[in-house]
Design a protein around this ligand. Structure first.
Ligand code: SF4
Length: 338
């Protein structure tokens, strides 16, 4: 069993380009400015150097579709030269050939996006032909010895297939299946019918904890909502906003830098920018001042989004929780993780 890396490595997510060969119904980039921009190799180098000096040691290259980026391989070489401990590629799996061009000494992990256990369900969200090619890429990644993760973004169409997907991917030899909640951002705003109710999400949490007989795969999912009868401040103490102690950074293809991926609709809430000249951070590493500019809420991003699009109906007693508080279930035992 490949060792599942502890989650306490400080992680850099670099969105090389917004360019993609798919237009998934829930894509959080939507038709935003990120879709039309790409980072230069110099910007990637600047951001890798800047955050390596600040003890970030895990980097994930994503997009859009990173395997379409002409600077992917050079970016991987730069990260290796700067001694990043973990180097990952988040891909939609439509380019299996890239897996043959890399080996586990260069890249630690491939993470694939697959949103169904059947062709019909997955391709309704991601487009015709995606399921077959992506499963082929997943099998190739496992066979080639890469740590292999899959992200399943749950919605009203596919959430009943989550257990079947977990069993099939376990059988293939995938190391971790992350089940994510479709957030009300990007294209999902055009498909509100896809968004799961908090109750449906909490059902998935319960199901994930109870799945038996998985031999190899770990399941990971964000808690996302809480039914706990507790005061707001107690919930906040138990599930603090990650901006209080950021340990991950998102660098978007237009150069904007965020400490939470749910803030990307709010341009003014970025924490800095990377240009060809270097990295400029607004709050010089102290994000608490950013927090001061945001609503005092269990999830400031959720609160801001509610102000814009109107609050989704949260039933009484159900509270939104920071997306970074997750649970990992491995061989029937569940562990908190972020
Ligand atoms: S998801 Fe909400 S609570 Fe978590 S870091 Fe982002 S703004 Fe903070």
């Amino acid at each position: 069993m490949k060792k599942i890396k502890t989650q306490d490595l400080k992680k850099l997510n670099i969105f090389l380009s917004g360019k993609c060969n798919l237009r998934c119904k829930h894509c959080f980039l939507g038709n935003s400015i990120y879709r039309r921009s790409s980072l230069s190799l110099k910007q990637v180098e600047n951001v890798l150097r800047f955050f390596r000096k600040r003890d970030y040691s895990s980097v994930e290259f994503s997009g859009g579709e990173p395997t379409l980026s002409p600077i992917l391989f050079q970016s991987i070489s730069l990260a290796r030269a700067l001694k990043y401990e973990e180097i990952g590629i988040s891909t939609n799996g439509t380019n299996p050939a890239v897996i043959n061009q890399l080996d586990p000494k260069q890249v630690t992990r491939f993470t694939f996006s697959l949103d169904g256990a059947t062709e019909k369900t997955n391709d309704f969200i991601r487009g015709q032909g995606h399921f077959t090619t992506c499963v082929k890429s997943i099998k190739k990644s496992v066979k080639s010895g890469f740590t292999t993760h899959v992200i399943f973004t749950a919605n009203k169409i596919n959430f009943h297939e989550f257990e079947k997907a977990a069993r099939e991917l376990d059988h293939i030899g995938v190391d971790r299946l992350s089940v994510n909640y479709t957030s009300f951002t990007g294209n999902a705003k055009k498909h509100p019918e896809l968004i799961l109710s908090p109750q449906e999400w909490l059902e998935i949490n319960e199901k994930a904890k109870k799945i038996k007989g998985l031999k190899h795969i770990a399941l990971r999912y964000p808690i996302r909502f809480s039914k706990e009868k507790a005061r707001k401040q107690d919930i906040l103490r138990k599930y603090p906003c990650l901006l209080q102690h950021p340990n991950r950074v998102y660098v978007f293809s237009n150069g904007a830098i965020y400490y939470c991926c749910l803030l990307t609709d709010e341009q003014n809430l970025n924490s800095g920018f990377v240009t060809e000249k270097g990295v400029v951070m607004k709050h010089s590493g102290n994000e608490r001042s950013l927090l001061k500019t945001m609503p005092r809420a269990l999830c400031p991003a959720q609160e801001l989004s509610n102000r814009k699009v109107g609050p989704p109906s949260l039933p009484d007693g159900i509270k939104p929780i920071c997306i970074y508080h997750r649970i990992v279930v491995f061989q029937g035992k569940s562990h908190p993780s972020n």
